[in-house]
Design a protein around this ligand. Structure first.
Ligand SMILES: *Cc1c(COP(=O)(O)O)cnc(C)c1O
Length: 404
């Protein structure tokens, strides 16, 4: 067996070991055998055998040699792997960051005069793009309550072309009623695009839930090691031509070494997600019992808005969640985070290491309000021993309990 053998009945963990390893990407033509992983092909110029060959390459360029910007077998292998992990997908485009994937997809689907329905709990740079780039182009963004569900119907106008979902929400973790929103979108001929970075297709196969385009900041869990910026957009057959040509028009591509690192990260996504889930659940449950904690915003806990939708639709939870410090101020929050020994302080998440971040959702809301008076902390639970992480959090609570 040569590797890359696929069977649609294989479960996701099994597919992770096989996807993206087609023989033509791992072997030399005419020679038996081959390598396990598609190597990093670095290329701008592609050489043609003759002029006739050059001319024949002009047609369908998907997964065909053409020019470096259209990718090499390394890119095709990663894109193919992501497509294979998303049942109902036709193809995947790669971008140099998650934000590049979001902005390029939106630019490819919207034109002046159109309206976009954007979830109020969206990743903040997504909001900035709508407010500062789309608005001057005459594309209106209407923000909606993440818990609106089928009520989104009342916000749809003749000009609405795209509904953008992100679930759970960035910073605040509201889980959306995706089937209800998708049903409205389908009835009105509106395209749905989802930022699925938190769950990945392993925990929420977005396209099989009726979403048209699923976007991942691969920077997070796919890469998994905090050392690559990368984005992807995976589309169903109806949307694929527009997603592909939009990415090509904007000249979007990532470096082959980054694609290669993402493919390497992808192989362990299944085991990493299991550990992120287990660790984050243990820490979240421990925090929920702690007297200094206000509320825990973890989709798998009933205290999280949209928990019932999460339990109905998601196959599990990942390592990112939030909690509030009861009766504390910003200074106490800073003291708490600074006292942590094992949690890094930094943006991004999805790597093997734990992180803590002070977050203030007040500033990125318009359709809804973030009313909590207590300061919010976002944690990413990495692959460390969970008892060590809990002990570290416990000593940080002791530090802020000491009054001076
Ligand atoms: C980080 C993140 C992005 C953006 O990804 P980058 O690769 O950092 O550009 C998009 N959406 C969510 C939910 C994220 O957490």
């Amino acid at each position: 067996m040569s590797g890359g053998d696929r069977d649609a009945s294989d479960r996701p963990e099994t597919r992770l070991a096989q996807v993206g390893r087609r023989r033509e990407w791992t072997s030399i033509p005419g020679q038996p055998g081959g390598v396990v992983n598609p190597p990093a092909w670095r290329a701008s110029t592609i050489l043609y055998d003759d002029v006739a060959h050059l001319r024949s390459a002009r047609g369908n360029m998907h997964e065909r040699w053409f020019y470096g910007r259209k990718g090499t077998p390394t890119h095709w292998a990663l894109a193919d792997a992501l497509t294979e992990l998303e049942p109902g997908a036709e193809g995947t485009m790669l971008y140099p960051s998650g934000v590049a994937a979001i902005t390029t997809v939106l630019m490819g689907l919207l034109k002046p005069g159109d309206a976009l329905l954007m979830v109020d709990s969206a990743y903040d740079p997504t909001r900035s793009f709508c407010d500062k780039m789309l608005k001057p182009l005459g594309i209106e963004t209407v923000y909606y309550d993440p818990l609106i569900g089928g009520g989104i119907e009342t916000l749809v106008s003749e000009r609405t072309r795209v509904i953008f979902l992100e679930s759970p929400g960035s910073l605040t973790f509201e889980v959306q009623d995706i089937p209800a929103i998708v049903a409205v979108a389908k009835a009105r001929g509106i395209v749905t695009v989802m930022d699925n970075t938190w769950a990945t297709p392993l925990l929420f196969p977005a396209l099989s839930h009726g979403v048209d385009v699923s976007i991942l900041a691969c920077t997070k869990y796919v890469v998994g090691h905090s050392d690559v910026m990368l984005g992807s957009a995976t589309a169903n057959a109806a949307l694929w031509p527009r997603i592909q040509s939009g990415a090509w028009m904007f000249g979007q591509i990532c470096g082959p070494d980054d694609a290669w690192l993402a493919l390497r990260g992808l192989r362990t996504l299944g085991v990493r997600m299991k550990q992120h889930q287990e660790g984050a659940l243990a820490v979240a449950r421990w925090l929920a019992e702690h007297p200094r904690v206000g509320t825990v915003l973890h989709p798998a806990l009933p205290s999280c808005p949209g928990h019932a939708e999460w339990a109905r639709d998601f196959g599990g939870s990942s390592g990112l969640f939030g909690f509030t410090l009861a009766e504390a101020d910003d200074a106490a929050r800073a003291k708490f985070i600074d006292a942590l020994r094992l949690f890094g302080i930094g943006y991004s998440w999805g790597g093997y290491e734990s992180l803590a971040l002070p977050v203030d959702p007040h500033y990125c809301r318009s359709a809804t309000k973030w009313n909590a008076a207590d300061p919010l902390i976002r944690l990413h639970i990495g692959l460390e021993n969970t008892d060590d992480l809990i002990a570290d959090l416990a000593q940080a609570f002791d530090v802020i309990a000491q009054r001076l």
